[in-house]
Design a protein around this ligand. Structure first.
Ligand SMILES: *Cc1c(COP(=O)(O)O)cnc(C)c1O
Length: 386
């Protein structure tokens, strides 16, 4: 299985003793033991479940890692991985961070574990070096960042982190292992919100961590059970089912998004189009190097209108649903300012460029002509007076 397309269809599971071609859902919370302490690999559903294990193995294989761990949400994966750190440790994170990660760092873990997070721009290697102190244990990256779609140079940054004795974590939710495998670029830990592209059908909340190094895998396996935020058997089944079509979905998300981004750049009423597949993207060369096969399905745009115009635009859309989240087969549109990023204080949002004119589009796998026509008719409302 040399191609990820084949791997995503088969990884993690082979017909079991019954011959079931697709993995059954094991709901049992506990497992019979042959003698006290002697069991066949499963003892209690939190520590291990065959349905979850199939998904975890598949994720590890797709990422080129040695072990995967599935959690009840992306934030559950984040909370668990932060338990690797001693109280008072420091983290260097990219600014323009997922809002929920920011909230977990600043409003939970700062208070409860004394974690201190320093933020740097993903394209500022000197700033990153300056932010690392002897207490830094973790460098936290997103590829790309959300919603401004900036790229960290994973290889360069993980080399700097390693030298300083810190681990590098990459939240690769937006790209999936089909487009990018951070472990191959030197990262130690890959994090996913399974809720997005990996499950891909907007019907599961889940998260995952994937690692290569054995000692790190052992620590995370222990923490997954000790902290307890595991993914349920049914959601594990659904996420693995979604993952089987990852390759063709990511191809379509990427080609649809590139085509729409190119078209949006030519339209009146739009001040800026941010998409890593456009030569106008400030890090186009790096994005092409990291993601040669496609740049995924998220486009951010800045509308050239006022608040009322923005409301008219999103309400006129018929195929794009106004909703948080991304990465499903259906197209969505999100207003980070008032929705996904509202938890971040206003001054910080403005400073980072997450302003009220910004919209984030999750391009689905519908026919691109229908998507373009929908955007066109909504854009027309910007030029017609109410
Ligand atoms: C959605 C998201 C998360 C959080 O995942 P949940 O499953 O919602 O807890 C983390 N990182 C990124 C980049 C996300 O988009």
């Amino acid at each position: 299985m040399t191609h990820p397309d084949t791997l995503s269809v088969h990884a993690g599971y082979q017909p079991d003793a019954t011959g079931a071609v697709m993995p059954p859902i094991y709901l049992s919370s506990t497992y019979a033991q042959q003698a006290p302490g002697e069991h066949s690999g499963f003892e209690y559903g939190r520590s291990g479940n065959p349905s979850r294990q199939a998904l975890e193995k598949a994720l590890a294989e797709l990422e080129g890692g040695s072990a995967g761990f599935a959690f009840a949400s992306g934030l559950g994966a984040m909370s668990t991985v932060l338990e690797l750190l001693e109280a008072g440790s420091e983290i260097v994170a990219v600014d323009d961070l997922y809002g929920g990660a920011w909230r977990l760092f600043e409003q939970v873990k700062g208070r409860s574990a004394g974690l201190k997070v320093r933020y740097v721009s993903p394209d500022d290697l000197d700033g990153l070096k300056a932010a690392i102190t002897p207490a830094t244990r973790l460098v936290w990256l997103e590829v790309p960042t959300n919603p401004l779609l900036k790229f960290p140079d994973i290889a360069a940054i993980s080399a700097i982190a390693k030298e300083a004795g810190a681990l590098t974590l990459v939240d690769a939710t937006f790209v999936t292992p089909y487009l990018l495998q951070p472990l191959k670029w030197g990262a130690d830990i890959v994090l996913h919100s399974l809720t997005k592209y990996l499950n891909g059908h907007s019907d599961v909340i889940g998260g995952a961590l994937i690692v290569k190094e054995q000692a790190l895998a052992d620590k995370l396996r222990w923490l997954q059970n000790a902290v307890g935020a595991v993914l349920s058997p049914f959601d594990s089944f659904l996420a693995l089912r979604g993952l089987r079509t990852l390759a063709i979905r990511m191809q379509r998300h990427s080609s649809n998004a590139l085509s729409l981004a190119q078209w949006l750049e030519t339209q009146a009423g739009i001040r800026a189009v941010i998409y890593p597949g456009l030569p106008s993207h400030p890090q186009y060369a790096l994005a092409q190097r990291l993601l040669p096969q496609g740049q995924s399905g998220v486009i951010s745009i800045r509308l050239d209108t006022d608040e009322a115009g923005l409301r008219r635009f999103v309400q006129a859309l018929k195929i794009f649903t106004l909703a948080e989240s991304l990465g499903g087969v259906e197209s969505l549109i999100n207003h980070p300012w008032s929705m996904t990023h509202a938890a971040i204080p206003q001054a910080i949002r403005v400073e980072k460029g997450v302003t009220s004119d910004l919209l984030r589009i999750s391009v689905g796998i519908e026919h691109v002509a229908d998507l373009q026509a929908d955007l066109a008719q909504a854009l027309a409302t910007l030029t017609t007076a109410e």
